[in-house]
Design a binder for this molecule. Structure first.
Ligand code: F6R
Length: 255
């Protein structure tokens, strides 16, 4: 795990965009795993800026981490709509190249297996962008999730319902209680993982991800078993990390 604590959220966005750009320049039809939520928005804005400056993302294929269950197809908070609005439509990635977990399927287990198969057929995820829940969740793998789980139906924790109410006019009751989420096993199959954490409310979760117990109660600890995980935190989210992570360049250590 490579951990970098950067001065602010803007620096996190730029460093994250550097990794996406490096991936796409090496492989123009790269498979990108995309997170929604607030944390990656700076990264997505930076990619839009680079796209305007000539970075071609039009051949990338994208797979979302999760999708709410129970929202109407045209609801603006469906993650498919969110990612189109925040990134893919803005950088010219055709909708047919953007895939979301199957939240409306009649036979959900079969549709989840088909989603995993589509990721495999695309060649697997080259770079997976991840946000971090206040309670340590990754995608919608809540504390206690089976580390060996694949894409499946999940229940959101009360903490996550409260945290996500801000996207639903502050109304906790309007947040769907269920979602279809990639599992930790699915996520850790990606060739490279990029975990982003910004803001003081993520400080405990960031510490637990990097140096906390290796436990299903800390879903993000599963990322430590991956050989190519990069963690980018701003100073606020990195505040509880051991001091060596904030040491000057060249004296930093990996977890
Ligand atoms: C979103 C997702 C979630 C978020 C997490 C943090 O696709 O999978 O795990 O990354 O809830 O959300 P924000 O970034 O809004 O704090």
């Amino acid at each position: 795990m490579q951990v970098r604590v950067l001065p602010d959220a803007r620096a996190v966005a730029v460093a994250a965009a550097d990794l996406v750009e490096e991936t796409v320049r090496r492989h123009p039809a790269a498979v990108l795993g995309l997170a929604t939520g607030s944390t990656p928005l700076g990264l997505y804005d930076e990619l839009v800026r680079r796209h305007a400056a000539g970075l071609d993302l039009s051949r990338t294929r994208c797979f979302l981490l999760d999708e709410y269950v129970g929202l109407p197809a045209d609801h603006p908070e469906r993650y498919r709509a969110v990612i189109a609005r925040e990134l893919t439509d803005r950088v010219g990635i055709p909708p047919a190249q953007v895939h979301a977990p199957p939240a409306d399927a009649g036979d959900l287990p079969a549709a989840c297996r088909a989603y995993e198969a589509a990721m495999a057929t695309a060649g697997g995820v080259d770079l997976q962008v991840l946000g971090l829940g206040v309670d340590g969740h990754i995608a919608f793998n809540m504390p206690g999730s089976d580390p060996a789980a694949g894409t499946r139906l999940v229940e959101l924790s009360e903490q996550t319902l409260r945290d996500n109410a801000r996207f639903f006019g502050g109304d906790v009751a309007a947040v769907p209680r269920r979602a279809v989420s990639q599992g930790l096993e699915t996520i850790t199959r990606a060739r490279r993982l990029l975990l982003l954490a910004t803001g003081p409310e993520k400080a405990r979760a960031a510490r637990d991800a990097v140096v906390g117990p290796w436990s299903p109660q800390v879903p993000s600890s599963a990322l430590r078993s991956h050989p190519a995980t990069v963690v980018l935190a701003d100073a606020a989210a990195g505040a509880l990390l051991p001091a060596w992570f904030t040491a000057p360049e060249g004296r930093r250590r990996s977890a």
